[in-house]
Design a protein around this ligand. Structure first.
Ligand SMILES: C[S@@+](CC[C@H](N)C(=O)[O-])C[C@H]1O[C@@H](n2cnc3c(N)ncnc32)[C@H](O)[C@@H]1O
Length: 203
């Protein structure tokens, strides 16, 4: 089954499954991402999901959210009606083939997405393409640890999570970001070195 179909099915339970995390660590991490986005920026949020970042979008920022799962997107559309004063546009699109011109956005934001994108390097290269030359890509992502002991539970969980929703918890996402033509200007470990905030610019 293709990943977007898995997410169409998962969309019915996604918010419920993450409810606990969304009360614990996620709000402060999401806040950390969006406080880096100055007012009046032109932003794309790739893999917008059910729109869980929407409460954190700064007021006057124009955000174009994209996702390749119709199910997730429909929930994002429904959530966006709670924020009539925010400039939110939602589109069905694959991050590996975005229908935007190059050098288009001041910021591209991704939260917990490149663990799931079936071809992450192509998606990250597209993020690089649509970002303005002085723009910034902000990634809040989980990835494989550099400490083997941390990786033991990740390797144990991976086959199940991958089968269910197509997500890999053992990806080398930081390395993928670098390979796609970015350099890291700021890095913060949020949960060991498994969950990271990476602020990146184009090479
Ligand atoms: C784990 S969810 C994260 C959703 C949201 N960013 C959040 O923080 O809650 C991953 C999302 O990425 C989307 N996604 C995965 N691969 C994609 C692709 N190639 N193009 C667009 N969206 C993709 C999935 O459909 C899903 O909505």
């Amino acid at each position: 089954m293709k990943t977007h179909t898995k997410y169409d099915i998962f969309s019915r339970f996604y918010d419920l499954v993450e409810k606990h995390l969304e009360k614990k660590s996620f709000p402060k991490w999401r806040k950390l991402v969006w406080e880096k986005v100055p007012l009046n920026s032109k932003v794309s949020e790739v893999g917008v999901g059910t729109g869980k970042n929407m409460p954190y979008y700064p007021g006057s920022v124009e955000v174009v959210g994209i996702d390749f799962s119709q199910g997730m997107l429909e929930r994002a559309i429904s959530r966006s009606t709670k924020y009539p004063d925010k400039k939110i546009k939602l589109m069905k699109m694959d991050v590996t083939d975005m229908n935007f011109p190059q050098n288009n956005f001041d910021f591209v934001i991704s939260t917990f997405v490149f663990c799931t994108v079936p071809d992450p390097i192509s998606g990250l290269k597209e993020v690089n393409r649509v970002l303005k030359p002085k723009g910034r890509a902000i990634f809040l992502e989980h990835m494989r640890s550099t400490k083997w002991l941390n990786n033991v539970p990740l390797y144990m969980m991976n086959p199940i999570i991958k089968t269910l929703v197509g997500t890999s918890v053992i990806r080398k996402t930081k390395e993928n970001i670098l390979e796609a033509g970015f350099h890291v200007v700021q890095e913060k470990n949020l949960f060991s070195d498994i969950v990271k905030l990476l602020i990146c610019e184009k090479n």
